[in-house]
Design a protein around this ligand. Structure first.
Ligand code: ADP
Ligand code: MG
Length: 677
């Protein structure tokens, strides 16, 4: 299995490099390169029985070999006539100079292709052909692989067939008792049938095995990664009733969902264990107020709390919000940002160390080296800041093994949450504060731009503000940046009496902050921005968002963006300008227009794009799935979860001989960077 693929016949040095691009080095790598689909070439027909439009195999004899006709300078037509006992068939190739001279009268071939009709005669264009008696990829079900430049289906199919032979009998690593219990196929059977199935039922059985295996191994890997501190003893908040005093001062009553989640948090904080809790809630569900209540409790129990935000802008806004919430509570909130002057930072460090600052809000910097707390008991963090073992250790070393509260605005289906956040308890705020008007969402094409801009003008004239969001997938993509700049100029020309601002991710933090402040203060009326505004900013006077190239965003991301408007009392609008007319794009845009429910939207996103795209592996640290589809395979996901659980109960470290193979594979995933960052 560990043999280099360049020793497989037909691979060699040159092609090995192409395979390498797909991460394939060994026979084992190759075998685990699964087909994306199969082609059923198993049906053999006689020519007389072939109907137009059918794709079939025929067994034929060459009647008259290939003759070439150059129809135009750039069009070469090669024709050959073949026959069987029931009739004749024309075979045609276009611009293929290699077929001439390949076939001789009387030679017997199997052809596979689509039957068409031309001038009353049956015809097959550009068929797959193999000499009769040495068929390899006709007369059966044939795998089709994801290709890369320079590699054809034929090369891959052939290499795969030889690799299967080369590998011989494979060592099974899922013990028989588990396969029996969950009705999972054995490895050798599965490996053959995932590539060259006898029939589609065998294929499905094989596929299920590998989906199960992939999900099982992922979960075993995650568990190996799980925080060892989970059962350590934590700081006890003996007075949790005090949060009532805080919630009574809020200008609104908490929703039932907020109350429930706050209770769950408080239960953790007085339990004696260390809280590791994820709070999921749609945009606008009021996560900040819940976090603030927890922070309040930490402080009133005599400790400090920290709140981490992914950007400086957001940190500043959170600091302001908290200071507002706590203004009569005698709680001191400090802001610590990387771009602050050294002198000011030093001031904050001192306040943290002496305990003068009760709450510190900032970016990741606040848990880094120079930042020391007097008595840190609670860290509230955004989803972007998942804590790995290492950071947790760092935090704990700051003195106190603090409670962790992680806030996530990406609602994901429960089954997935269990995988992604297997090491966390999960609370869901599944209710929005009353009286919210859903954002009216429209999906339009480029042809509507004039009307969209007219509508924009009307809203701004009425005293409102607007975001115009442009995609910038990679902050380094120059053309995207140019597009944003260009759009900004255009809008400024169209609306000379309003200030139009531009903000993008490559600006210095100070600059971004200035622009954001001008938008918050209402000086800038229209803010053209790349997705840097996505996270959390709150400008209630903005009631409109136009999203350019909406097809390039994930639905969950669009939903997040849209959550930036509709925070005031006015009716809010979101206009998606989408390009291209494919069905998936249409469906995705439609999903946005009909739903304001983050859970529903993320589920549709998953369905329409697949989990790879959905998660953007970088963000979530999950490895790309080779075969499992986390949405469609949720039944297998469920049984793999059971299997993982029972295996880990029996042998948490997977040290026994029978789990050796599973452990090796789990370790490989971890080494490959499954980092829960
Ligand atoms: P998110 O969950 O997206 O972080 P926020 O915490 O920013 O949401 O809350 C959105 C808005 O809703 C804020 O202006 C906040 O003050 C308000 N809000 C929060 N909880 C309630 C509530 N129970 N009733 C009314 N308004 C609320
Ligand atoms: Mg928020």
């Amino acid at each position: 299995m560990s043999k280099d693929i360049r020793y497989i016949k037909g691979v060699g040095e040159k092609r090995a490099e192409l395979f390498e691009k797909k991460g394939i080095r060994t026979v084992e790598d190759l075998l685990y390169y699964f087909p994306r689909s199969h082609e059923d070439r198993s049906e053999m027909k006689e020519i007389a029985d072939c109907a137009e439009g059918e794709t079939v195999c025929v067994s034929v004899t060459v009647f008259s070999p290939v003759s070439d006709v150059r129809v135009r300078r750039n069009l070469l037509v090669s024709t050959m006539i073949v026959s069987d006992q029931t009739g004749a068939l024309n075979v045609v190739w276009y611009n293929n100079k290699y077929v001439k001279g390949q076939f001789f009268t009387g030679d017997e071939y199997i052809l596979y292709g689509r039957i068409t009709r031309s001038r009353g005669k049956k015809e097959m264009v550009n068929p797959v052909f193999e000499k009769k008696g040495s068929e390899r990829f006709t007369g059966k079900i044939v795998p089709l692989y994801p290709l890369t430049e320079g590699l054809t289906q034929k090369i891959l199919q052939s290499a795969m067939e030889l690799a299967l032979k080369e590998a011989g009998r494979l060592d099974e690593y899922i013990p028989a008792e588990i396969r029996d219990r969950y009705k999972i196929a054995e490895l050798n059977y599965a490996m053959k049938n995932i590539h060259f199935p006898d029939d589609f039922e065998s294929y499905n059985i094989a596929r299920e095995r590998f989906v199960f295996e992939e999900l099982l191994i992922l979960q075993l890997a995650l568990s190996q990664h799980r925080d060892e501190n989970m059962n350590q003893s934590g700081i006890v908040f003996s007075d949790v009733k005090c949060v009532r005093t805080f919630t009574d001062t809020l200008p609104f009553p908490l929703t039932n969902a907020q109350k429930r989640v706050l209770n769950e948090i408080m239960r953790d904080c007085k339990s004696g264990g260390v809280m590791n809790r994820l709070v999921q809630g749609d945009v606008g569900s009021g996560k900040t107020a819940v976090a603030a209540a927890a922070i309040y409790a930490a402080v009133k129990n005599g400790h400090q709390a920290a709140m981490m935000a992914p950007t400086e802008i957001l940190a500043a806004q959170h600091a302001e919000t908290l200071a507002g919430f706590f203004k009569d509570a005698g709680i001191k909130v400090a802001l610590l940002n990387g771009s602050m002057k050294a002198k000011d930072k030093k001031l904050v460090y001192d306040m943290m160390l002496t305990g003068e600052a009760d709450v510190v809000v900032g970016t990741h910097a606040i848990i880094q080296d120079k930042a020391e707390f007097n008595d840190l008991a609670l860290v509230v963090a955004d989803e972007q800041h998942r804590f790995g073992v290492e950071q947790r250790a760092k935090l704990a070393a700051k003195g106190s093994n603090p409670h962790m509260l992680i806030m996530s605005a990406t609602p994901i289906p429960r089954t997935l949450a269990l995988i992604l956040y297997g090491d966390l308890d999960i609370s869901v705020i599944d209710e929005l504060p009353p009286g919210r008007k859903p954002v009216k969402t429209y999906a339009v094409g480029e042809s509507m731009r004039k009307r969209v801009f007219a509508f924009l003008g009307k809203n701004v004239n009425a005293g409102m503000q607007a975001y115009v969001v442009c995609p910038l997938v990679e902050e380094t993509e120059k053309s995207d940046l140019q597009n944003a700049e260009e759009l900004c100029r255009k809008l400024q020309n169209a609306f000379p009496s309003f200030k139009v601002g531009l903000m993008h991710g490559r600006m210095k933090p100070k600059m971004k902050e200035e622009i954001m402040n001008e938008f918050v203060s209402g000086e800038i009326k229209i803010l053209v921005s790349t997705t840097v505004i996505e996270v959390g900013v709150n400008v209630p006077n903005a009631n409109m968002m136009i999203i350019e190239n909406a097809e390039r965003f994930g639905l969950s991301q669009l939903h997040q963006l849209r959550g930036r408007v509709g925070r005031g009392g006015e009716q809010a609008y979101c206009i998606l300008i989408a390009h291209g007319n494919n069905e998936v794009t249409k469906k995705r845009m439609e999903t946005m227009t009909i739903s304001n429910d983050g859970f529903y939207i993320s589920e549709q996103d998953l369905k329409l794009r697949g989990p790879g795209d959905f998660f953007g592996t970088r963000q979530h640290g999950l490895p790309e799935m080779k075969i499992a589809n986390l949405f469609e395979d949720r039944d297998i996901l469920a049984i793999s979860q059971q299997a993982a659980k029972s295996i880990l109960e029996e042998d948490p470290l997977l040290v026994s001989e029978k789990y050796k193979g599973l452990r090796r594979r789990a370790e490989k995933i971890i080494a490959g960077g499954i980092v829960m960052n």
